[in-house]
Design a protein around this ligand. Structure first.
Ligand code: COA
Length: 190
């Protein structure tokens, strides 16, 4: 179990499915994440089971995000598309309930995820894709130290408009320069 200042990353459980379903079909959340189609609780349950398989196969590491203080379920984050020859992975994150955003949880979870990726999985490059319209996520990723490396034009059709996919990444050397001493002290207890 990995802990930051305010959040804990842990395995997803089937008991999370009702909490996931509270917000997963909210269009404002889903339109930042990819195809906007409704999901049933069975589909979310299959997804939770899939995350266990992927972890076993070491192709993706998906975590529930909860508050350290009272184990309140916030959302999920992941290192997915793990490529062991290249030692690379792709980040994804979602704080499901709008009212839980803007409180520092996403920043904290991402910092823990970086530490998991670089210090425990021995990754070399962690990248991400974000729609150019998602200003909050872009701000958070830049603040954490991800660098914009390019922008693919009009990759996704979302809510009546084509949006660009911004590609950002962080190399292990960037991470060591930016964080290592500080994170080693503050992140990851338990
Ligand atoms: C992106 C996301 C993970 C960030 O998590 P969060 O807990 O809301 O982020 P934090 O509270 O740690 O930080 C929010 C920051 O964004 C800033 N912000 C808020 N709205 C903003 C906007 N419209 N434009 C720019 N910055 C904005 C805040 O000021 C804060 O920055 P600061 O710490 O420098 O003051 C979360 O908002 C989320 O899950 N959004 C929906 C799903 C999503 O977009 N996922 C990412 C897909 S690539």
């Amino acid at each position: 179990m990995f802990e930051g200042e305010s959040v804990r990353l842990r395995s997803l459980e089937l008991s999370d499915v009702p909490l996931i379903m509270k917000h997963w079909n909210n269009i404002n959340l889903r339109k930042e994440l990819g195809p906007v189609v409704p999901h049933s609780s069975n589909e979310r349950e299959m997804w939770v089971r899939q995350t266990w398989k992927e972890r076993e196969q070491r192709t993706a590491f998906v975590f529930a995000i909860e508050t350290r203080k009272d184990r309140y379920f916030l959302g999920h984050c992941a290192l997915k598309n793990v490529r062991w020859i290249n030692r690379s992975a792709i980040v994804s994150i979602a704080i499901y309930n709008k009212s839980d955003r803007g409180k520092g949880y996403g920043t904290d979870a991402l910092k823990v995820l970086l530490r998991v990726g670089f210090d425990f999985l021995n990754l070399h490059r962690i990248a991400l894709n974000v729609f150019h319209t998602n200003k909050q996520a872009l701000h958070v990723y830049e603040k954490i130290g991800f660098k914009k490396v390019g922008e693919l034009r009009e990759t996704d059709f979302v809510d009546g408009k084509y949006v660009n996919d911004v590609i950002m990444d962080m190399l292990e050397e960037d991470y060591r320069q930016l964080y290592h001493t500080k994170l080693a002290k503050n992140c990851l207890r338990g």
